[in-house]
Write a protein that binds this ligand. Sequence first.
Ligand code: GDP
Ligand code: MG
Length: 435
Amino acid sequence: LSDRLQSIFGGLRSKGRLTEDDINAAMREIRMALLEADVNFKVVKSFVARTKERCLTAEVLDSLTPAQNVIKVVLDELTRLLGETDSRLVLSSRIPNVIMLVGLQGSGKTTASAKLAYLLKQQNHNPLLVACDVYRPAAADQLQTLGDEMGVRVYRGDGQDPVRIAKEGVQDAIDNLRDVVIIDTAGRLHVDEQMMQEARDIKEATKPDQILMVVDAMTGQDVVNVASAFAEQVDFDGVIMSKMDGDARGGGALSIREVTGKPIKFISQGEKPDSLEEFHPDRMAKRILGMGDVVSLIESATKLQEEQMEAEQTERMMKAQLNLNDFLEMNKRVRKMGGISKLVSALPGGDKALSQGQVDTSALDRMENIIFSMTAEERLHPDILNGSRRARIARGAGVSVTEVNQVMKKFNETKKMLKQMMPAEDMSSGRKGKK
Ligand code: GDP
Ligand code: MG
């Protein structure tokens, strides 16, 4: 998939202006990427429609870097859809505060309960874990083990009646001076009425300050139905996405947010208690699209461009009227990107290019040194650099004339290369190259 995205964006990038057909092709790929990440098809449909509309504006199409802008729009929209970041665990003033976890069996509730307890302990709270899964004999033991490891008290009651255990758990917290109660409930393999009724009863008996739904990131398309059922029948305040340490793309997060409007609060990755992490919508957006490397490359290029590339200079480059000041700027940019080797290796096939000749950044230093020995006039109009001027520059820079000539050769090559890369202004020059 990543390959496919790379090729489509690569294709877009090499073009100057984008047409509606180009956008349509890109949207088809985005659509596939989202579906493969298990984003609900209805969500995909409205997302693509919205994104396409934004891409078809003159602002994007007529910009100097339309392909980058398309990617930017896609990521912006995805990030927006995933919602604001609010990963704080907000406790109300009530003591003890009650947090209830719901979700299907195996979604990661018990693990997440322990992780929450760990987080709270870090924040100087004194949590109590309550084991309300009475159906699987090992369930309470599992919570007990996790609690023991962290030094957190676990209340199990009679191990029979979940509603009673929950209620007694809150009282146990009061008796033992615990300020937060975390209720770990039982799930079922599928949405069923008994599970929902039990969750409602526990909710009624303990009046939780917040209910968090735990969702396994590996759950496919069905996640929307499950989340909607819990939202309607029990209601919850936020989502913990578990098992994000696997290779799940986490498209379900997007669907849940869009369909239920509930925020993703935490990302759980791993079985260790300290692996509960804040949710970052921008990272999630990239993960869902599965295009980390391509995006970060484009982003760094775009950012530098915004910072430095002035329209005037860009226009000169487009017309291949590069002067030596522009050339200096370009070198500076290459340097800022962490050296050309990093840039090249980030490009598809770049590793191969690198192995065929290590790029030397000290060459950049020498080149700059020579250009600095030129007059302003010479930098703006490199054509006037005749033999005697070159000799003077060589003396000034403390190098041989050959080295000055080499810099000029490089400069002319770059100029030529840019000319080939930029779209020809008049069609008569009919450039057909692939690059
Ligand atoms: P519950 O039935 O909802 O209470 O789910 P559990 O907390 O018992 O988790 C089910 C299984 O998934 C267990 O084997 C956990 O160790 C595992 N698990 C839970 N959360 C994570 C996670 O974030 N990453 C990984 N890799 N495994 C997890
Ligand atoms: Mg459990």
